[in-house]
Design a protein around this ligand. Structure first.
Ligand SMILES: Cc1cc2nc3c(=O)[nH]c(=O)nc-3n(C[C@H](O)[C@H](O)[C@H](O)COP(=O)(O)OP(=O)(O)OC[C@H]3O[C@@H](n4cnc5c(N)ncnc54)[C@H](O)[C@@H]3O)c2cc1C
Length: 347
C-alpha cells in the first residue's frame, strides 16, 4: 500500500504495516501491540491534514474506522465515534435541529481528528461545543475522558496536536436544540446569507451557504476538481502583537504603496490580531495558480491551498511551501507556520 491512496493530497510513500480498526477494542489493541514492540505508530483518520514523505512511514499505520453516534439523555448531547465521517455528523445534526456545527460543514476527515487542531471555519470552532474527549492514553495504558477545559484548545491547536500520547476514541458535543443557527460571526458568510454579522439564520441555510462558499474556493473534496487535491489551508493565519503588526504594516506600505492597509481580524487572545496568511502570500508574489512547474502549485481558487496537480511528489509540495514561507518572511518578516501534520518531512 501507498499512503498516497489514503491522503487527500494523494501523496505519501509506503508504510511498513497497516491495520484498519473497525471497533474500538481493535483500535486500542493495535496501538497497544505496536507500543509494546517499540513500533512507531501513525494514527490515520481521513488523511486530509497529512503530508507524508515520499519515502513513506517506517512503522505501522493504524486507520481509525470505528463508527457510532450515541445520544445522551439531554437531547443536545451526542457522542461520536472517532471514525465517523465529519461532514456526515454535521449534516445529521443540522437535519435533527441541533445548532453549533453548521459552519463546519464540508470539512473533510473524521470526527476523531477534529479536536486535534480544534477544527474551525466561518466563525465556529469545535472547541465551542466539545464537552469531553474520550482517549486511549498510550502512557498509562488507560482509557480516560478529558473534559474540554483540559484539552488546551487554541487557534488550530490543542494539547493533542504534536503529541502522540492520546488516541481519540470518541468526542462528545453539546449542541443547542434549535433549528436556527448560532449567530453568524463571519462577515463573508453573513454577506452570502444576506444578514448582518451576529444574526442567526436557519441552520440548513447556513450549511448550504458554507458549502457553496467552500466549493468556490476548492475547499470541498471533489475528485472532478483538481484544485481540491490538497490538505486544505497549508498555513495558519499568523497571530501578531501590536509591534509585529506595525512592522508588517511598514513593510506592506513600502512594498505595495503608502495607502496599503493590512487586513486583520480579532484573535481570541486579547491585544493580538490575526492577519490573513493568504493576503501576505499574494503580496509576496505568490498568486492563485502560481506554478513552479514540478507538479505542485497553488490552487487556482484559493491562495492558501497547495495542490498536487497529479504528478507532484511530497518533496515538490514541501519545496513550494518552503519557497512561499521564505518569500513571505523576506517581504514582511513574518514566519508562516504550516497547518498540516508533517510526517517524515520538515519545512
Ligand atoms: C479541502 C480541505 C479543506 C479543509 N478545510 C478545513 C477547515 O476549514 N478547517 C480546518 O480546521 N481544517 C480543514 N482542513 C484540514 C482537515 O480536514 C482537518 O484538520 C481534519 O480534522 C483532519 O481530519 P482527518 O480525519 O483527515 O485527519 P488526518 O489527516 O488523518 O490526521 C491528522 C492528524 O490527526 C491525527 N489523528 C487523526 N485521527 C486521530 C485519532 N482518532 N486520535 C489521535 N490522533 C488522530 C493524525 O495522526 C494526524 O496527526 C481541510 C482539509 C482539506 C483537504
Amino acid at each position: 500500500m501507498r499512503l498516497a491512496d489514503y491522503t487527500t493530497v494523494r501523496l505519501g510513500g509506503p508504510a511498513r504495516g497497516f491495520v484498519r480498526a473497525d471497533r474500538e477494542e481493535e483500535l486500542i489493541e493495535a496501538v497497544r501491540t505496536a507500543d509494546a514492540s517499540g513500533e512507531p505508530v501513525l494514527v490515520l483518520g481521513g488523511g486530509s491534514n497529512l503530508v507524508v514523505a515520499d519515502e513513506g512511514f517506517e512503522g505501522t499505520v493504524i486507520q481509525v474506522a470505528t463508527r457510532g453516534v450515541t445520544r445522551g439523555t439531554d437531547p443536545g448531547v451526542l457522542t461520536v465515534a472517532a471514525g465517523e465521517e465529519w461532514d456526515a455528523v454535521v449534516a445529521r445534526t443540522v437535519a435533527e435541529g441541533l445548532a453549533g456545527l453548521e459552519c463546519l460543514s464540508g470539512i473533510p476527515g473524521l470526527a476523531g481528528a477534529t479536536p486535534i487542531q480544534n477544527v474551525g471555519a466561518y466563525g465556529q470552532e469545535v472547541s465551542e461545543t466539545i464537552t469531553r474527549v474520550r482517549v486511549y492514553d498510550r502512557t498509562s495504558g488507560d482509557v480516560t475522558e478529558i473534559p474540554r477545559e483540559q484539552c488546551g484548545f487554541g487557534y488550530r491547536t490543542s494539547r493533542f496536536r504534536g503529541a502522540d500520547r492520546f488516541v481519540v476514541l470518541s468526542v462528545t458535543f453539546r449542541l443547542a436544540v434549535r433549528v436556527r443557527s448560532a449567530p453568524v460571526r463571519y462577515a463573508e458568510l453573513a454577506a452570502a446569507l444576506g444578514v448582518a454579522p451576529g444574526e442567526a439564520v436557519a441552520s440548513t441555510e447556513a450549511r448550504s451557504a458554507v458549502i457553496e462558499l467552500r466549493q468556490r474556493k476548492g475547499m470541498v473534496i471533489d475528485p472532478a476538481d483538481p484544485d481540491t487535491r490538497s490538505v486544505g489551508s497549508f498555513f495558519v493565519n499568523p497571530v501578531l502583537d501590536g509591534a509585529a503588526l506595525a512592522a508588517v504594516e511598514a513593510a506592506a506600505r513600502a512594498r505595495c504603496g503608502p495607502e496599503t492597509r493590512v487586513p486583520r481580524f480579532a484573535a481570541t487572545e486579547p491585544g493580538l490580531v490575526k492577519v490573513p496568511a493568504a493576503w501576505l502570500i499574494e503580496r509576496a508574489g505568490f498568486g492563485k495558480g502560481y506554478n513552479p512547474g514540478d507538479g505542485a502549485r497553488i490552487s487556482s481558487k484559493h491562495t492558501l491551498a497547495l495542490v498536487n496537480s497529479g504528478s507532484a511528489s511530497t518533496a515538490a509540495l514541501v519545496a513550494l511551501a518552503r519557497q512561499i514561507r521564505d518569500g513571505v518572511r523576506d517581504a514582511f518578516g513574518v514566519s508562516l507556520t504550516p497547518e498540516p501534520v508533517l510526517v517524515g518531512v520538515t519545512l
